[in-house]
Design a protein around this ligand. Structure first.
Ligand code: FEO
Length: 400
């Protein structure tokens, strides 16, 4: 059990006052978080006392206790909202009740959103690209970073302390009470997964933001989730840049094909196995072979995010495809997954409606449907094997 009463000094005047959520296993309903997460908030002890980000609302009591260790909330002058997703801005409503003098600073879109989140009027001011927020003895520079990953996103850079606050960018869902990247151990996998699911679709914007921060002298990057990057921030920025470039070039690190299916009597599975064989004939293809009935729905998002192509299988039951397929398709991101090769297959006994439903759903999701399906009445026979393998291979070759 982690006791969450820690405050960590990042510099003489800046402290991490975020909260730990080690038990979280699903974020935003669909994203798995095997290592929990943290909601990072930072206190700047300048002449004008400032907080960067709040936390998810249910954690407000823990957060308030930490805040009161570093200041009297009535003395807070500024609260910076880097974007308005409620895992960070959710506690702002309660925060304003204990910090009555505070002015909320954010992008114009952020302040529009907050109107609908907070529900009462509050002191606020729009801050703009390049503006220097005067904290008395310190200065925060505003860097617009739109669509990382919400349209309202900004970064802020504390000049005197050389600290960069980056909202969700460069973060990870990874909870470790040590909080500093040199003390938490390796969390590469969590970082990559977070990038794949949250930020990868916005790679063009991410490269622009990386370009904007390239001339800054940085002592540490302070993201919205996961470790504070005081030791390895350059590696993380450089890795992020590479991942964005790979994504935009259309050449992912691995060509991973998700063959995901449900099978009532083993016939759809038998088709899936032959499709896998066809895919495995192609060098460089990795197959994620997934029986959705045996896979927790919470893992669907991760599998989808990592796939370069999809071959989805369902029998027809009650003139429909199976609900697992609907659920998996619901985790596709139009921005991230648009244009990825896709096909569908299944076994049927009577009318076989799943074929049309699956093919239509694939096309509605803007995947690059291969133009044909592989549906077989009842059990695939030996005579079918070669054409099923060829079907898998055809979709695999669309990646080359
Ligand atoms: Fe961690 Fe976009 O909120």
């Amino acid at each position: 059990m982690i006791m969450d009463n820690k405050i960590l000094k990042i510099s003489e005047d800046v402290s991490w006052i975020g909260v730990l959520d080690p038990a979280l296993r699903v974020f935003d309903i669909i994203m798995t978080t095997e290592h929990g997460t943290t909601y990072n908030s930072y206190f700047i002890n300048a002449e004008k006392k400032t907080v960067v980000e709040t936390v998810k609302e249910p954690f407000f009591d823990t957060y308030e206790a930490k805040l009161r260790q570093v200041c009297n909330p009535e003395d807070i002058e500024y609260i910076i909202v880097s974007h308005t997703e409620p895992d960070h801005a959710g506690a702002l409503r309660r925060m304003l009740s204990i910090a009555p003098r505070a002015t909320v600073l954010g992008s114009s879109v952020a302040l529009q959103n907050l109107k609908y989140q907070i529900g009462f009027t509050f002191p606020c001011r729009v801050i703009k690209e390049g503006e220097m927020i005067d904290l008395g003895n310190k200065h925060l520079k505003v860097i617009n970073a739109p669509n990382l990953h919400w349209p309202d996103t900004i970064y802020t850079y504390l000049q005197e302390d050389q600290l960069l606050f980056t909202c969700d960018s460069f973060g990870a869902h990874f909870c470790h009470e040590a909080m500093f990247d040199d003390l938490t151990g390796n969390y590469d996998e969590a970082f990559q997964y977070y990038f794949d699911v949250i930020l990868k679709p916005f790679s063009t914007f991410f490269l622009k933001a990386i370009d904007k921060i390239s001339s800054l002298n940085i002592r540490a990057i302070c993201p919205g989730h996961g470790p504070v990057l005081r030791a390895h921030w350059q590696d993380i920025v450089s890795k992020t840049k590479t991942l964005c470039e790979q994504y935009l070039s259309g050449h992912p690190v691995k060509n991973r094909v998700l063959v995901a299916f449900v099978s009532a009597y083993g016939y759809t599975r038998a088709i899936a196995e032959k499709i896998r064989e066809g895919l495995e004939d192609i060098e460089g293809i990795e197959v994620d072979f997934c029986d959705l009935e045996k896979t927790p729905a919470t893992e669907y998002e991760e599998k989808v995010a990592r796939a370069s192509a999809f071959i989805l299988g369902s029998p027809t039951i009650n003139q429909n495809m199976l609900p697992q397929l609907y659920q998996l398709l619901a985790t596709l991101s139009p921005l991230r997954d648009k244009g990825k090769p896709a096909g569908c297959f299944g076994s049927y006994g009577w009318s076989g409606e799943a074929e049309q439903i699956l093919a239509t759903n694939i096309q509605n999701q803007k995947l690059n449907y291969c133009g044909e399906s592989m549906f077989i009445r009842f059990r695939p026979q030996e005579i079918d094997y070669e054409r099923i393998k060829a079907y898998g291979k055809k979709i695999g070759l669309m990646l080359q």
